[in-house]
Design a protein around this ligand. Structure first.
Ligand code: GDP
Length: 196
């Protein structure tokens, strides 16, 4: 699958405003600053498809992109930012878990975690929701360039081991938007999901 023609379709303030639940979609989620926007841009070979930002926590929308007709990428707002009021956080968590449970077209979830801080509490929660709903997950350990090759490999193996706890289909790969480490692996998995 060629990701280059990916185009922005729409922004939604809530999950209920997403496009019709048909075709196939893959959602991207991660803590603020995990490198999600950069990963989306890298995957689609576009410099500014998803907005990268140094101001995490600003009011964020769900951005919808289309790789090809009926094949969507869903950029979920970054989560876990401390300054977001608890009430807003809880509301979003409910919406997110419902999305993972009910969205028929959702065929995979990409969870981005900084390779230096994997499996924070919110990440684990998300992984549980996804595997409970039988949604296949690809964990991308982002900013892999920040670690030396040896440490990178060790972290990857540990993260794969840790993924077993969630019980479902959870794959783990390294990723770097800077050096493109892991890009082919991510592309293969996401293409397979979108092509079903
Ligand atoms: P988001 O909040 O998850 O969308 O994260 P961004 O994509 O905006 O990235 C957050 C910060 O991490 C920015 O300063 C990026 O330049 C940096 N970043 C993102 N990906 C990488 C990467 O692969 N390597 C390195 N070294 N920095 C990265």
């Amino acid at each position: 699958l060629n990701f280059q023609p990916t185009q922005f379709v729409t922004s939604a303030a809530t999950i209920s405003q997403l496009p019709a639940d048909d075709g196939v979609e893959i959602a991207f989620a991660g803590r603020s600053n995990a490198g999600k926007s950069s990963a989306l841009n890298t995957l689609t070979r576009q410099n500014s498809l998803a907005r990268t930002s140094k101001t995490p926590g600003r009011t964020q929308l769900i951005n919808v992109f289309e790789v090809a007709p009926g094949k969507r990428l869903i950029d979920l707002p970054g989560y876990g930012y401390a300054k977001v009021p608890l009430e807003v956080k809880e509301k979003w968590q409910r919406a997110l878990s419902e999305y993972l449970q009910k969205r028929e077209s959702l065929k995979g979830l990409v969870v981005l975690m900084d390779i230096r801080h994997p499996y924070r509490e919110v990440d684990q929660e998300l992984l549980h929701w996804a595997t409970d709903s039988a949604i296949p997950v690809l964990v991308l350990l982002t900013k892999a360039d920040k670690l030396k090759p040896g440490a990178r490999k060790t972290t990857l193996l540990q993260a794969r081991e840790a993924a077993l706890v969630f019980g479902g289909d959870v794959r783990v790969e390294m990723f770097s938007s800077l050096t493109k480490i892991g890009l082919p692996q991510a592309e293969t998995i996401i293409s397979d999901w979108l092509n079903q």
